[in-house]
Design a protein around this ligand. Structure first.
Ligand SMILES: *Cc1c(COP(=O)(O)O)cnc(C)c1O
Length: 402
């Protein structure tokens, strides 16, 4: 197929995207897929030979490169090599996987846990295994793409309620037949806005309408709760969430995803979810690294305290400088810019001054709501954060948003 010459629909779709990317590159608006060559604890990186302050990483507790975690991964390679050569059900299960799942279950104060090889795949497979035709799934409008895709794939009736609006959720729950199975699913911390789900009301509604409750804790594990255990600890609602989903790729410096919950639920997923049955097991190094990381979080509580202090400094400092940081209360801090071009201009200036931040523009967010989406980490130092805020403020003044 000649992509440029063809009028085939697929060829046109490919050509349109290629043109759009080339246009962004020529206008100096393309900040994606930048290769990082050195990672100094995650908060400073080297890009194109230049050191930059990292404000786009999800290593919230600064665990990437932690000596204990690196050593666990290295020991696992020495003992088992680098691959598992099979699915968990057949020859792919190692004692490391069992250990990791026990660690996760303990960390989440759940009976059991099951792991998958990516967080994206975890949502896809878990939602579509639990619900299907004839069932109902209720999803927050701002939920992560992997949840949306899981809902679509499930074949269940898919209802999207207004973002973090429990009245909207209740209306939809009330409209569904009372005898239909229902699943309510939401991010615990929203990945673009940094705000926290209203779990107490959501739990009440799930009890009232007899619905299952699933939380995606990609951005809340290590971030929320005194010991970093996430949304249930944050609200003191232990056991309120039926399906506690999370990733091993953000605070936990590995890759993969998990669900923690009741023993029977986990047994069911282990034997019914297709991503477990038909996709190879986590590599030994990644399983061992993740296992050690959960232990480090509990052994080094100062990281959570430092993340909280840094988050307060960053959000309050940006507000004092006149920025709109929307409803964030967490380490994900949107800096509202308005027009897409404004967000690009602020990003360009920040990159010139050595800050690695990224713009989020339409269609990822509504037109007129383009923003920088900055993250703050436990490994940032107060003076780094002060510098970053000053740079963003200089840019903000140049483009007239403050
Ligand atoms: C990142 C993310 C995922 C996907 O996790 P991966 O481990 O990167 O595949 C799922 N849900 C949310 C809310 C996320 O932010």
């Amino acid at each position: 197929m000649d992509i440029k010459a063809s009028n085939d629909a697929v060829a046109r779709r490919i050509a349109a995207m290629v043109e759009r990317i080339a246009g962004m590159q020529s206008r100096d608006e393309y900040y994606y897929n930048l290769p990082v060559t050195e990672l100094h604890g995650g908060s400073k990186v080297v890009v194109n030979g230049r050191e930059m302050g990292m404000y786009a990483s999800y290593s919230y507790l600064g665990l990437v490169g932690h000596p204990r975690i690196n050593k666990a991964a290295q020991d696992a390679i020495t003992k088992y090599g680098t691959g598992t050569h099979g699915v968990r059900t057949l020859a792919g299960t190692l004692d490391l996987h069992r250990e990791l799942e026990e660690t996760i279950a303990d960390f989440k104060k759940a009976e059991a846990a099951v792991t998958y090889t990516s967080g994206y795949v975890t949502n896809l497979t878990v939602v579509s295994t639990l619900v299907g035709r004839g069932d109902y799934v209720f999803s927050d409008k701002l939920n992560h793409a992997s949840i949306v895709d899981g809902c679509l794939m499930s074949g269940a009736k898919f209802r999207r309620f207004k973002h973090n609006d429990m009245d909207s959720l209740e209306r939809m729950l009330a409209e569904a037949p009372s005898d239909a199975s229902k699943l309510v699913v939401a991010d615990a911390v929203f990945s673009m806005d940094g705000d926290i789900i209203d779990l107490p009301r959501m739990v009440e509604l799930c009890r009232k309408y007899d619905a299952w409750l699933m939380m995606d804790e990609a951005h809340s594990v290590g971030v929320l709760g005194k010991t970093g255990r996430g949304i249930e600890e944050h609200f003191g609602l232990w056991g309120a969430v039926d399906i506690k989903m999370g990733t091993l790729s953000k605070t936990i410096p590995s890759v993969g995803g998990y669900v923690a919950g009741k023993k029977d639920l986990i047994t069911f997923l282990r034997h019914a979810s297709r991503a477990y049955i038909f996709s190879a097991a986590l590599p030994p190094a990644q399983a061992a690294a993740a296992n050690e990381a959960f232990k480090v979080i509990l052994d080094e509580p100062w990281r959570i305290e430092k993340l909280n202090a840094n988050t307060q400094q960053f959000i309050n400092g940006l507000k004092e400088r006149g920025f709109d940081t929307m409803l964030t209360e967490t380490a994900i801090v949107p800096v509202l810019c308005g027009a897409d071009e404004t967000a690009y201009a602020v990003t360009r200036y920040a990159h010139e001054k050595g800050l690695f931040v990224l713009p989020v523009v339409s269609p990822a967010v509504p037109v007129g709501m383009a923003r920088l989406r900055a993250t703050v980490l436990a490994s940032h130092e107060p003076e780094d954060i002060e510098y970053a805020m000053d740079v963003i403020a200089e840019a903000g003044k140049q483009v007239g948003i403050i």
